[in-house]
Design a protein. Structure first.
Length: 136
């Protein structure tokens, strides 16, 4: 006795709507997450007549300094003391001796405050330090 074989070739279809929904959800997630990641402490970057904007600032430890002597590391919204900043730099230097540092100091910051952060970097062995400025 021979059984008939069913023809399954034309009835199969793949429903793409759940996949499209997932792609849109992922797209929205990454758009929202990228806006949260890029937030930095607000400082008014000064302009300089002979200032040069570095070609590559990626891979630098960013330290923001406000005019009221508050220090921020990276995009962390919590202010740190100069001792905490120095300890963080020392930890980073021990992990990567070739650490590069970008200091974003407010244009109204007094020289004494900028001197503190520069000395803190020098005391732990950071050698590649640049200050952020806009070209005039």
């Amino acid at each position: 006795m021979k059984l008939k074989q069913k023809d399954l070739g034309d009835d199969l279809e793949l429903d793409m709507s759940p996949m499209i929904d997932m792609v849109f959800l992922l797209l929205i997630f990454f758009i929202v997450a990228s806006q949260v990641i890029d937030e930095k402490p607000k400082v008014k970057i000064p302009t300089a007549a002979y200032g040069k904007v570095p070609e590559d600032t990626t891979g630098r430890l960013m330290i923001s300094v406000t005019k009221d002597e508050k220090y921020f590391i990276g995009s962390d919204p919590r202010a740190k003391t100069i001792e905490q900043v120095q300890l963080q730099i020392e930890t980073e230097i021990n992990a990567d001796p070739e650490l590069r540092i970008l200091i974003r100091a407010d244009g109204d910051t007094k020289y004494k405050v900028n001197e503190k952060i520069t000395l803190a970097c020098a005391e732990v062995g950071a050698q590649d330090i640049i200050y952020s400025v806009f070209e005039e």
